[in-house]
Design a protein around this ligand. Structure first.
Ligand SMILES: [Zn+2]
Length: 370
């Protein structure tokens, strides 16, 4: 497998186009052409995870947090960032980053967290504004019934009508086409000057933007008319479910104290801070892996009893209290860590069996219980 195959698989799971504009994602060091047989997944690129990648013989370190984030103005090895980048390049280990694109993707960071806590029937707390996936069009063409099959086949062969595990999907409806050939016309059906009525079919199929010129050319080549009537409709993206945070219902409702207990047990956070009455009954929970303190308002208006996330600030917790929302800060690292297993499982499904996908065993949480 080449690194480009891994990048493609990641792109399917968490398209780079989904990342926030301020973010820095994708390939940060290395070349897409190199051969990759082992990949190490970690939340952070640190001296420890790099050593782990080296020891494992990995050719790629795939991390959640970017190493190159602010514009890089130097590569000084007397500074931590430069030292790490230089080591990656020297060791020939590529660094690939899936950050906010993995947060917003479905399934993504907060889905893994919701699953770990037994939160079901989730939806995005703040739906993604940017459309997910490629721009698509609907091509509709009017064809004499006798030629409809040939035109359908030509469009399908050029890539129109690919939906999931199906190709050559189209819809056709019969009708009557009407036209009058003028002087200079060479009509396939009818004569110059006479109004003609022809039994036709309207053939419609879905076409991704990148295939549109090819599909239109194939359709025109297969169509018998010298002037073909066809329409191209731009399509709105289907709801993807992508977005920041998730809100859903606990499979097994409990008290706030019990929710905190579950978080401790299943996420192993170094520290948990709780705001709210421990006896309060919790049914609906909002979660966000990483830093979700600014989702307090969204969680409250989604009807959540509690928000479980990391990095909650003082004023955000005070606002949550005023809104009647309990808050569990189970740390940035621990609330993001479950996504590594999710990502590993998805990559193992998508990539050849001989490629080893390994999850880091290094805990890169800088905080520890004293
Ligand atoms: Zn994070």
């Amino acid at each position: 497998m080449r690194l480009s195959d891994l990048i493609h698989a990641c792109e399917v799971l968490a398209p780079e186009s989904l990342a926030e504009e301020w973010d820095s994602v994708g390939l940060q060091t290395g070349s897409p052409g190199v051969v990759v047989s082992r990949v190490l997944l970690a939340l952070d690129a640190t001296a420890e995870t790099l050593a782990e990648a080296r020891a494992a013989g990995a050719q790629c370190l795939l991390t959640h947090h970017p190493l190159i984030f602010r514009p890089l103005r130097s590569l000084r090895e007397d500074r931590p960032e430069g030292r790490l980048l230089a080591a990656l390049v020297r060791d020939g280990i590529a660094l690939y980053v899936a950050h906010t694109n993995l947060d917003l993707a479905r399934p993504g960071t907060s889905d893994a967290l919701a699953d770990a806590l037994g939160i079901e029937k989730t939806r995005a707390l703040v739906p993604a504004e940017r459309p997910v996936g490629e721009r698509r069009f609907k091509l509709a063409v009017f064809v004499p019934t006798t030629d409809a099959e040939g035109v359908r086949a030509a469009m399908g062969d050029a890539g129109a009508g690919a939906i999931g595990n199906y190709s050559h999907c189209s819809f056709s409806a019969p009708g009557t086409g009407s036209f009058r050939p003028l002087a200079g016309a060479h009509p396939a059906i009818g004569t110059v000057g006479a109004q003609e009525r022809v039994a036709e079919e309207k053939v419609e199929a879905l076409v991704p933007a990148r295939l549109l010129p090819r599909v239109v050319a194939a359709m025109l080549a297969a169509h018998p008319y010298e002037e073909v009537a066809y329409d191209i409709y731009p399509l709105a993206p289907p709801p993807s479910g992508a977005g920041l945070g998730r809100v859903g219902s606990l499979a097994d409702p409990c008290s706030l104290a019990e929710l905190v207990g579950r978080a401790r047990e299943r996420l192993s956070p170094a520290n948990v801070a709780v705001m709210g009455d421990p006896a309060r009954r919790i049914e609906r929970v909002a979660v966000c892996g990483g830093s979700g303190g600014d989702l307090v308002d969204a969680a409250a208006s989604a009807g959540a009893d509690a928000l479980l996330t990391g990095d909650v600030k003082h004023h955000q917790a005070l606002r949550a209290r005023d809104l009647g929302l309990a808050v569990v800060d189970a740390s940035h690292y621990a609330t993001e860590r479950p996504v590594l297993d999710l990502l590993a499982a998805r990559l193992r499904e998508a990539l050849p069996a001989e490629v080893e996908i390994q999850v880091s065993t290094v805990n890169t949480d800088p905080f520890r219980q004293p």
